[in-house]
Every structure is written in structure tokens, then in C-alpha cells.
Design a protein around this ligand. Structure first.
Ligand code: ATP
Length: 235
């Protein structure tokens, strides 16, 4: 479904991604793990058209997409839930969700998806008239994920969904990521510092160090890899 071929990206003169290759098949959950500053968010932002690709190619369903603008990528089915959520604080929960469906005009489908996100996160239905900025961190994460789901993505890019959340909420968020993947065969690319949780729901994973992909394997092998255990799993 998605292929990064030899992708490099930079902020000004500082190159952050160095010739990375990643492949994601339809229906998979893939995780990208790495230390602070390794280039995880930059990888997601290169896919979603926010950080320009300096060299290499990104293909989505066989077509080259690395020159498309973020709105065109959303229309093609690629949606990112950014690190730090970035919900619209002065808009209500309902209005944030409406923004997620901004590019759509299939009112029946939008209604179905609204019912679906409220079934995933019933608290959002209770809070639908509340301003987004007044939600708790966990609720804001749920809203950011729901807003992305309102675009009915084929590929959902999740950047550190567990960041700053209490363990119980983290567990719930990971269970729901798995459920989203199963319910609609939504392909998921998950960036996480919480490598242990991420590898427990992922099919495969990549490790990025200083902007270079150093390891790629199935999740089971990564969980038992001693270097990964030492560096990322605290074992
Ligand atoms: P974290 O887990 O801390 O979010 P990360 O793996 O997601 O880390 P990135 O956010 O992709 O890492 O950052 C990779 C490198 O790019 C870092 O050295 C960072 O300082 C740099 N960087 C990120 N955003 C910018 C920017 N807008 N301008 C300049 N440098 C940036």
C-alpha cells in the first residue's frame, strides 16, 4: 500500500532522514520505534506532505505521492494524528469531528462514521458540545484519533498516541488502535516511544536511529531481539 524508497528529508541544511526504505501492506499495523530525535515524526510528516522529500520516492497504492499537498493526501486516504494531538481547542467536540469530514459530502457515510467513533469513544458523545480545549489529555487523544477517522482513511498515521497519558488510558488507546485496524481493515503506521505496547499490537516494526533504518523485522522477533530489549524495552 505504501512504499518509501530511498527517502531523504531535511530541515534547511540539516538532513534528518537518510535514504530510508519502508514498506507497508494493506491491513497491517506497522510500528516505527526509535529514540528522541531519531526522525520518527519527520518520517510521518514526509508521508503526509508536511516535510518535503529531498530525494527518493513515496508510493501509495502504486502512485507517486511525495509531491502532493497534505489536503490531496487526505483525499487519497492518508490521515495523520499528530504528536501533541493538535485538536481545535475553541471548537466543540462535534465541530472538531465535522472538520475531520471536511473533504467529504457523503452525508450517510459521515453519519455512519460519527456513530462509529462514538461507539469507540462513548465519552466523546457525552462531551459533544464541550470545547475541545477543555477535554483531558486522554480525551483529546481520543478526539484527535476520531477526527482523523472522520476522513475514513485507508492509512492512519499515529504519532505517539500514548504520550503523556496515564497507563490505564494508554492500554485503552492501544486496544482501540487494534480494533480500528480489525473493524475496517484500516492500515496503521504507528510511531511510538512506548515500544513494548506498540510491538504487542503490531505485525511488523522498523527501528530508526539518527535518521537511518537499522532493523526491520516482525514484531515477535523484535520483542525478543536483545539489542531492542536493551535499547527500547528496558529489559
Ligand atoms: P521525538 O520522539 O522526540 O518526537 P522523533 O524521532 O519523532 O523524536 P523528529 O521530531 O522527527 O524525531 O526529529 C528529528 C530531528 O529533526 C531532530 O534532531 C529534531 O531536532 C529535528 N527537527 C524536527 N523538526 C524540526 C524543525 N521544524 N526544524 C529543524 N529541525 C527539526
Amino acid at each position: 500500500m505504501l512504499e518509501l524508497r530511498n527517502v531523504s528529508a531535511a530541515y534547511g541544511n540539516i538532513q534528518v532522514l537518510h535514504n530510508i526504505d519502508i514498506e507497508i501492506n494493506s491491513g497491517e499495523i506497522i510500528t516505527l520505534i526509535g529514540a528522541n530525535g531519531a526522525g520518527k515524526s519527520t518520517t510521518l510528516m514526509a508521508i503526509s506532505g508536511i516535510v518535503p522529500v529531498r530525494s527518493g520516492k513515496i508510493l501509495f497504492e502504486g502512485k507517486s505521492i511525495h509531491t502532493l499537498s497534505p489536503d490531496k493526501l487526505v483525499a487519497q486516504g492518508i490521515c495523520q494524528v499528530p504528536e501533541g494531538r493538535h485538536i481545535f481547542p475553541a471548537l466543540t467536540v462535534q465541530e472538531n469531528l465535522d472538520m475531520g469530514a471536511f473533504l467529504r459530502n457523503d452525508s450517510e457515510g459521515i453519519k455512519e462514521d460519527l456513530d462509529y467513533v462514538f461507539s469507540l469513544f462513548p465519552i466523546l458523545a457525552e462531551r459533544r458540545s464541550q470545547d475541545g480545549g477543555t477535554l483531558s489529555g486522554g480525551e483529546q487523544q481520543m478526539l484527535a484519533m476520531s477526527r482523523a477517522l472522520m476522513a475514513r482513511p485507508k492509512l492512519l498515521l499515529l504519532d505517539e498516541p500514548s504520550m503523556g497519558l496515564a497507563p490505564l488510558i494508554i492500554k485503552q488507546i492501544f486496544e482501540i488502535v487494534k480494533k480500528i485496524n480489525k473493524d475496517h481493515n484500516t492500515t496503521i503506521f504507528l510511531v511510538e516511544q512506548n515500544a513494548n505496547q506498540a510491538l504487542h499490537i503490531a505485525d511488523r516494526g522498523y527501528v530508526i536511529e539518527n535518521g537511518v533504518i537499522t532493523i526491520s523485522d516482525n514484531a515477535e522477533n523484535l520483542l525478543h531481539n536483545q539489542d531492542i530489549q536493551k535499547a527500547y524495552l528496558g529489559i
